[in-house]
Design a protein. Structure first.
Length: 424
């Protein structure tokens, strides 16, 4: 629809997104009010497009139905849908993080906001700290939102087995629960308001925190942590360290390892906020207390010299965390102080050259070498009683470099003592 008063012809949202004109994506729900329902359409709303999609519509002619300026200014009129945003491998383990992440979805669904049509009230995710993208992850959902964001049909087992990877659902494959035909509330997930049949068989019942309503599962264990095959390792800064361990889950009908992580910060970042580890065999699938070998690599280039505690823990598919095991990593940033000790003209042998933590005695060529951490040092050279000590401060050593520091050791004056030795 052309707008008057502007030299640029513009169209409104419904000109393109109702029937797919100009190769625009068809919006199958959230149609603006009074639009004719066409093939593939099923929902109209009480709000115009510009109510939500309004970040670039003013460049061209504007109407309440959102004159389109987005094709000339911005590829997206709204925040990207949740499936386009980075997410930790093990999901959010902190409810406030999840709540913040779901803010855009909550604008319509918690509470149900009639300004945007008739959205369903969704008060609590399936797990206490779930995010909307754990189910609503269809890659076709490039706009917020259309029918491609709906969750799949097929029942519990389909989502929690063959579609588990796609929907980030706990994978029950290999567990006893894979043979269950329905999800009973009292047995595992506690009691909750439902339609009376005591089965999780509707979206409203699914979107209730299952774990906080009676589920009392517990995590498994973490085995010994190794760093390049050792429980305590010292490496030069820049070395790649391979972290390995094993994790399992406690026995139970839904026992299965879901992931693992590590951290080395002085404070625990919180469950789910560590650095993800990988399953050695490519998939977290160990069940009923069987061990899952896990691994990760740590590039020490970004670490400062010092000692670090490497903490490793696992998580099961029900977000129950295992015990934490540790290993010790010491990172050194080494350099050298090299030089030659002379009397001003010739090399001096037998000189004891030292600094904090390192020393060297010169040979006939007068050369010495001190291997030390990157830092600033005071170097002492001594050969008593024949020479004066040389003490020099401010010798700077940088990582992987050699600082040349030649030393001149001054010989003490010589004299002659003469006399007669007599007996008493």
């Amino acid at each position: 629809m052309n707008q008057t008063g502007f030299t640029t012809n513009t169209k409104v949202c419904s000109d393109c997104h109702i029937d797919g004109s100009y190769q625009a994506p068809i919006i199958s729900n959230h149609k603006p009010p009074k639009q004719t329902i066409v093939s593939g359409g099923n929902i109209t709303t009480g709000a115009y497009c510009s109510t939500c999609h309004n970040n670039s519509i003013n460049r061209y002619a504007y109407s309440v139905n959102a004159s389109v300026g987005h094709y000339g200014t911005n590829a997206s009129l709204v925040k990207p849908t949740v499936n386009q945003t980075a997410r930790p491998v093990n999901g959010f383990m902190n409810s406030s993080d999840a709540s913040s992440y779901n803010r855009e979805c909550n604008n319509c669904h918690n509470p149900a906001n009639t300004s945007y049509g008739n959205p369903q009230l969704i008060t609590t995710p399936h797990t206490p700290t779930a995010t909307c993208n754990q189910c609503h992850v269809d890659n076709g959902a490039s706009d917020l939102h259309n029918v491609s964001l709906r969750i799949p049909g097929g029942g519990c087992i389909d989502c929690h087995s063959v579609n588990a990877s796609r929907y980030k659902a706990p994978n029950l494959t290999g567990t006893d629960m894979i043979y269950s035909s329905f999800c009973d509330s009292n047995t595992c997930h506690g009691t909750y308001p439902d339609n009376g049949n005591n089965v999780i068989d509707s979206l409203g019942e699914h979107n209730i925190n299952r774990n906080e309503r009676g589920f009392t599962g517990r995590g498994g264990y973490t085995d010994t942590v190794y760093l390049n095959g050792s429980t305590s390792l010292t490496v030069a800064k820049g070395t790649i360290v391979t972290i390995t361990s094993r994790v399992n889950d406690s026995s139970g009908a839904a026992s299965r390892v879901g992931g693992a992580e590590y951290y080395y910060s002085s404070t625990d970042p919180g469950n789910g906020s560590g650095i993800p580890m990988n399953a050695v065999d490519g998939q977290f699938d160990a069940v009923n207390r069987n061990w899952e070998d896990v691994t990760a690599t740590l590039d020490t280039s970004s670490l400062t010299a010092g000692t670090y505690i490497i903490n490793v823990r696992g998580v099961d598919i029900g977000k129950q965390w295992s015990t934490t095991q540790t290993a010790i990593l010491t990172v050194t940033a080494m350099g050298y102080i090299n030089g030659t000790v002379t009397n001003g003209t010739s090399p001096v042998s037998g000189v004891y050259v030292s600094t904090i933590g390192e020393n060297y005695t010169t040979g006939p060529d007068g050369k010495y070498s001190l291997r030390v951490d990157a830092n600033t040092y005071t170097v002492t050279a001594t050969k008593q009683p024949t020479h004066y000590d040389n003490i020099t401060a401010g010798i700077v050593v940088t990582q992987s470099n050699t600082t040349i520091f030649d030393i001149v050791l001054t010989e003490k004056p010589k004299g002659t003592i003469t006399g007669t030795v007599r007996n008493a």
